[in-house]
Design a binder for this molecule. Sequence first.
Ligand SMILES: [Zn+2]
Length: 241
Amino acid sequence: MDEIIEEIRDAERITAFTGAGMSVESGIAPFRGEDGLWNKFDPQEVASASAFVETPERSWKLFKLQIEECLESDPHKGHYSLVELEDHGLNSVITQNVDGLHQRAGNNEVLELHGSLKRLVCQSCRHSFMVEEFLDDIKEGHIPRCECDEILKPDVVLFGEGLPHDILQRAWKEAENCDLLFSLGTSAVVQPAASIPAAAKKSEAKIVEINLERTPLTHDVSDYFLKGKVGEKLPEIIDRL
Ligand SMILES: [Zn+2]
């Protein structure tokens, strides 16, 4: 712990990379694992680009669940610790999560690699809307439609879709230019996002990993590994700065 505090004090540019574990601590169901959404939904049947085109009403059953869940959840202490870390050099948060909780906590620079449930986009005219505009419809089980009558899609990356190019570029840049990277609540198995900590390491950044269990990063990439919840470990660190 003392060494991590020193690393933060020495660092000029810090980046955080966050994954599903961060959201789970706010009560949001993960995709993978025992209680994961993919045990209830077949991702290829609901969350792929082709499934959305063929059976959007089926995809919207999943989206409705996700949107309601994320609106009912609040940021936890780990999210707020990342906001405090901005006073100590945190430059950006790169996230694989789509719940918008980092922004709600108050982080300034959040790079959403997999998009956000907070926005809905029209696949036809590319018009974009805030999800709140359609909340009543969604809660009643209606599928939101654009002014042009096309069915709207949450602005999230589905299977078969590429990650947003500009966001990914900016994320790589952040990873390559930081001198300390926190990897938080991510099993680091989903590519290409999982390569971000490795890219930071290659550019000689120190890596601090906080996760409930060891990951492929733990041995090969991480300089420090703290086993536990982000919402417990990260505030402990911040309190000592
Ligand atoms: Zn439209």
